[in-house]
Design a protein around this ligand. Structure first.
Ligand SMILES: [Zn+2]
Length: 63
């Protein structure tokens, strides 16, 4: 007796979704709480880290 039951599981295609933020993009510190700053596609633990990152990205141009 050969059972040919092909169960076609309808699994939703797992998209390579952006990994959940677990570490700060600046100081790489792990997020302890669910509060973080999301700026320009990156996550920061604090506003200070975000600003620091901005400073690091932008050259010291005169305002
Ligand atoms: Zn940080």
């Amino acid at each position: 007796m050969a059972e040919t039951e092909n169960k076609t599981e309808t699994k939703p295609p797992v998209k390579p979704e952006a990994a959940k933020p677990t570490n700060c993009a600046k100081c790489n510190k792990q997020f302890k709480n669910k509060l973080w700053y999301y700026k320009n596609g990156k996550y920061y633990c604090t506003k200070a880290c975000w600003r620091a990152s901005l400073k690091a990205q932008k050259p010291a141009a005169a305002a």
